[in-house]
Design a protein around this ligand. Structure first.
Ligand SMILES: NC(=O)c1ccc[n+]([C@@H]2O[C@H](COP(=O)([O-])OP(=O)(O)OC[C@H]3O[C@@H](n4cnc5c(N)ncnc54)[C@H](OP(=O)(O)O)[C@@H]3O)[C@@H](O)[C@H]2O)c1
Length: 226
């Protein structure tokens, strides 16, 4: 029988992150989850899930979490935490704090976390980032939601640089689009349920284990142009 795989899901209090915790556990993985805000229905309510508190933008907290995780072997490190930014989504109206929080959360923190924890990955492991099809510069024909798009494009750029440096390691780097998902961020109109998105993402990650390279794909495996 194959050994139990271990996933670390960062940003799992609710939404797709929480869906990933449930879907990986249902597939037999051992799951470590981090949350910024405690939600009564969050990962701490699921038996067997190890939960840590973490605000991804809190640099000292990230450093101390990485130190605490030393020697813990992982097959997957998945940063799902993200925000949509100010409602106006406008370069003219954005103030410095809004820009800082958006880019820090969506683009800088995920890479900082990955770089501090990727030493824990087993051979053939996966580093996954929750990107978005909206972060595709090549695919942006319609515009709209400008600041969020730019933050995910910045994330994608950081991912490409990171993956280029990791070519000497037997790990894969994935930028993932979860679909348009019914969550606080995706809204009620979204066609994809959290469970459907999470199950699709788990399947894509399981297929990627043991391979290396970098890919930008959606929850059904379709390739997205950078
Ligand atoms: N929903 C969609 O259609 C869609 C489409 C494409 C991409 N995405 C991406 O998928 C990811 C998850 O989105 P979602 O739809 O599940 O959104 P959501 O329901 O709004 O959940 C966002 C999650 O990110 C966490 N988070 C935000 N800032 C954080 C911080 N500073 N530190 C730690 N955790 C933080 C939140 O924690 P708190 O509970 O503490 O706020 C929450 O768990 C995001 O990266 C998003 O950009 C979503």
């Amino acid at each position: 029988m194959s050994q139990t795989k271990t996933a670390l899901i960062v940003g799992a209090s609710r939404g797709i992150g929480l869906g990933l915790v449930k879907a990986f556990q249902a597939n037999g993985w051992s799951v470590i989850a981090t949350v910024r805000t405690e939600n009564p229905d969050g990962p701490q309510s699921i038996s067997g899930v190890e939960v840590h508190s973490l605000d991804v933008t809190d640099r000292p907290a990230v450093k101390s979490f990485a130190e605490q995780m030393q020697k813990r072997k992982l097959d997957l490190l998945f940063v799902s935490a993200g925000i949509s930014g100010p409602q106006h989504q406008s370069a003219i109206n954005a103030d410095d704090q809004e820009i800082l929080t958006l880019f820090q959360t969506n683009a800088i923190a995920p890479l900082s976390i990955a770089q501090q924890l990727d030493g824990n990955l087993n051979e053939g492991g996966v580093v996954a980032f929750m990107s978005s099809i909206m972060g595709s510069v090549a695919g942006n024909e319609s515009g709209g939601t400008d600041l969020y798009r730019a933050s995910k494009a910045a994330l994608n750029s950081m991912i490409r640089s990171y993956a280029a440096r990791l070519t000497n390691r037997n790990v894969s780097v994935l930028a993932l689009h979860p679909g348009w998902v019914k969550t606080a961020m995706g809204g009620d109109q979204a066609p994809v349920s959290v469970a459907e998105s999470a199950e699709g993402l788990v399947a894509q990650i399981e297929q990627q284990l043991g391979k290396n390279g970098q890919r930008f794909i959606d929850f059904q495996g379709a390739t997205i142009p950078w």
